[in-house]
Design a protein around this ligand. Structure first.
Ligand SMILES: C=C(OP(=O)(O)O)C(=O)O
Ligand SMILES: [Mg+2]
Length: 427
């Protein structure tokens, strides 16, 4: 099937920063659109997000160069050519770029084209995107890990740790899990309000109160779960992404927003050990820095058979880095973010490697998002069992929940809600 038309434009993401939108038309008349997300706490080894650097436009954050790359170099290479598969297109784009990290054309340019093509192929074949990406066995509905308290780089508050999530896993279906999660979200709002704390939200839609400690964030959530009528650990558990790479300073971890205290890698591991005995935690993402591989091994040895340990900045959805992790016995799960690697095909290759080695895949949004719901379909395509895509009150996050509810409806009786077994080692 030939690509008849391809056009990119600069649009805005949920933080009001520019990002790339790609519109594509196949020769059979099928049209599709994809929008590219953007992170704030990015891994050092992520594929390059091409920004203009012209300080007079959006403080240098414009993406007109990436847009231009789609409209000129990429369009010239793929327009009116017979491209048969996603893999063929993506490898053509990788070769066209020719760098290791997509620095020439920009991962934001390349991913927009890759996603738009995947969507067009699905539409042209008249099958849902999740089926086009994952085959007819795609049927597992994920536990939505809802980020109800935001800190770190995603909020201007006192919390060092970035994400405090709830996982409503005792629900019978995705739709009911969303209901439970939203009930806890609103209950937490009341808890905060009653204590005179702010109920304004951070980048991913979770509350961003100024709390006395990171522990207090978990305590507030547990109170919110109780007050919503659910049992912590039985109905709703806790997932965390402290995004510890952001705390890494000269080989130590700095509590950069609260006490300013510095702790060692061993002390951080002890903190996670104590938190996991104290609180009903089922998943810990980036509990340590991407540059602390020794610490990661230690963390995995100590907690790896109790909870899911996810590498985000550590692996950057990159197959070669994941290979190193598997070899060293580091983590037992990988975060999946399309724009960390830059094509749909490479993302699928990384997930294949993860599954072959019994690592879980935890699909994720970025803190700067759009209303594109591609990751909702990707999660079902992978039968990944869980995803994180924010919480209860920001449209760009809700759109993913809504798409998943549509998918569950469409799959009907053949769908299956993942529940607690979505989480590695959860009992
Ligand atoms: C979603 C995350 O944040 P960002 O998109 O800022 O990297 C994350 O760290 O997992
Ligand atoms: Mg993360």
């Amino acid at each position: 099937m030939k690509i008849q038309k391809i056009e990119a434009i600069e649009i805005l993401d949920s933080r009001g920063n520019p990002t790339v939108e790609v519109n594509l038309k196949l020769e059979d008349g099928t049209t599709s659109r994809a929008m590219v997300p953007s992170g704030a706490s990015t891994g050092e080894r992520e594929a390059t997000e091409l920004r203009d650097g012209d300080k007079k436009r959006y403080g240098g954050k414009g993406v007109l160069k990436a847009v231009e790359n789609v409209n000129t170099v990429i369009a010239k290479a793929i327009k009116d050519k017979s491209i048969h598969t996603q893999r063929e297109l993506d490898y053509l784009l990788i070769e066209l770029d020719g760098t290791k990290n997509k620095a020439k054309l920009g991962a934001n340019a390349i991913l927009g084209v890759s996603m738009a093509y995947a969507r067009a192929k699905a539409q042209s074949a008249k099958i849902p995107l999740y089926e086009c990406l994952g085959g007819s066995y795609a049927h597992i509905m994920p536990v939505p890990c809802m980020n109800v308290i935001n800190g770190g780089k995603h909020a201007d508050n006192t919390l060092d740790f970035q994400e405090f999530m709830i996982a409503p896993h005792s629900a019978p279906s995705f739709r009911e899990a969303i209901r439970m999660g939203e009930e806890v979200f609103h209950s937490l709002k009341n808890v905060l309000k009653t204590k005179g704390l702010s109920t304004g939200v951070g980048d991913e839609g979770g509350f961003a109160p100024d709390l006395k400690s990171n522990e207090q964030a978990v305590e507030m959530i547990l109170e919110g779960i109780h007050k919503a009528g659910y049992k912590p650990g039985i109905d709703v558990s806790i997932c965390l992404d402290p995004a510890a790479s952001e705390m890494w300073e000269n080989g130590m971890y700095k509590f950069f927003k609260s006490s300013q205290k510095l702790v060692s890698s061993d002390e951080m591991v002890k903190l996670w050990e104590s938190w996991t005995t104290q609180y009903p935690i089922v998943l810990l993402e980036d509990g340590l820095s991407e540059n602390d591989w020794e610490g990661w091994k230690n963390l995995t040895d100590i907690l790896g058979d109790k909870i899911e340990i996810v590498g985000d900045d550590l692996f950057c959805t990159n197959k070669s880095i994941l290979e190193k992790g598997i070899e060293k016995g580091v983590a037992n799960s990988i975060l999946i973010k399309l724009n960390q690697i830059g094509t749909v095909t490479e993302t699928l290759e990384t997930t294949e490697l993860a599954y072959k080695n019994s690592y879980n895949c935890f699909v994720s949004h970025r803190s700067g998002e759009t209303v594109d719901s591609f990751i909702a379909d990707l999660t079902v395509a992978l039968n990944a069992g869980h995803l994180k895509t924010g919480s209860g009150c920001r449209g760009e996050r809700i759109e993913k929940f809504n798409q998943l509810m549509r998918i569950e409806n469409e799959l009907g009786k053949s769908s299956q809600f993942a529940g607690l077994k979505a989480f590695k080692n959860a009992k």
